[in-house]
Design a protein around this ligand. Structure first.
Ligand code: SF4
Length: 315
């Protein structure tokens, strides 16, 4: 008898899948390794939303679940990149504060001494390796200091700013939060403008959403400067310290309107989220839950890439 293929049979690729593309068996396996995922919990609306949280949500919803909802403690693990980023930010803050105080900017040898005091000894295999890290921080900071404008007015130096956002559910506005590294009032041939500076230590990956969120949050500040805050010129500058490069965004109204719907859509999805899917990727290597609270760890076959800017680099 001739072989007759069963065209109505259900192969593995024909099985019904949920919105995440998982079959029932895959979803059951995932839930048994991530038992929290069954309860459909949502992010409370009183949770402040920062660009960092939105970035984490875009890269792995499950990380948001662990960090911001379950508040699973992050195990202490020394991370050279994050530690260097924090020290560089501290030194740049110190340098920026010198200008409104009419103090001289710290000299390179002072910066070296300050960085050297902060970098721990016990995390490095040799003094030479440690020295290389200290010198790298000083290089970053020198690049940032070179961009400090002595003629500018320093309006904000590393301070959180927030603003309610009534989108999605106007009865329950949420709060957007951002900590600019610097907000300056500067001048050029076209007049005064605001510059927001964000120091970054990782690979240049300019993201237009952060500048647009920053402009939204800074609007009350703009309203103090002008009766027409929408007309105030605002420039957002990413300063890539390692790569000694800048990316600038002129945040005019058209630019902000172009990107705002995507940002608000993400915020609405975040508050409607109940599934909190893990999304294993190379970024797991920089996730504090990798290999502990998030189980099982992603397959070893996933590609590993160079360090990405994931925390000190994201506000
Ligand atoms: S380890 Fe990876 S999959 Fe797990 S929470 Fe972190 S980023 Fe997500």
């Amino acid at each position: 008898m001739a072989y007759a293929p069963r065209i109505d049979s259900e192969g593995p690729n024909d099985r019904p899948r949920n919105s995440a593309g998982m079959t029932a068996a895959m979803a059951t396996a995932r839930e048994s390794s991530h038992p929290h995922l069954r309860d459909g919990v949502r992010l409370p609306r009183d949770r402040n939303i920062s660009p960092t949280l939105l970035h984490h949500y875009a890269t792995c919803p499950y990380r948001v679940r662990l960090q911001y909802i379950d508040q699973v403690p992050q195990p202490r693990r020394y991370n050279h990149h994050l530690s260097q980023g924090r020290i560089a930010h501290d030194l740049l803050r110190h340098a920026a504060l010198c200008i409104p105080r009419n103090q001289p900017l710290p000299a390179p040898d002072q910066l070296f001494a300050m960085a050297n005091r902060r970098v721990p000894w016990k995390e490095f295999p040799s003094p030479e390796t440690r020295l290389g890290y200290v010198e790298q921080i000083v290089r970053w900071v020198n690049y940032g200091v070179a961009h400090l404008d002595r003629d500018a007015e320093y309006l904000v130096i590393e301070r959180f700013r927030s603003r309610p956002f009534a989108g999605g559910d106007p009865r329950e506005p949420v709060t957007l939060l951002f900590r600019p590294d610097l907000v300056l009032l500067r001048g050029d041939i076209d007049g005064e403008f605001i510059e927001v500076i964000d120091y970054k230590t990782g690979t240049p990956r300019p993201d237009p959403d952060v500048p647009v969120i920053a402009r939204f949050i800074l609007r009350p500040l703009l309203a103090e400067l002008s009766p027409e805050p929408s007309a105030v010129r605002v420039r957002f500058t990413y300063l890539w310290l390692e790569h000694q490069a800048t990316d600038e965004y002129d945040l005019d109204v058209d630019f902000c309107h172009q990107h705002w719907p995507r940002i608000t859509g993400t915020i609405e999805r975040l508050f409607a989220e109940t599934e909190w899917q893990p999304n294993p990727s190379f970024r797991c290597n920089y996730c504090p839950y990798h290999g502990n609270a998030c189980t099982p760890p992603p397959p070893a076959s996933l590609p590993l890439t160079a360090a990405t800017d994931d925390s000190a680099a994201t506000p």
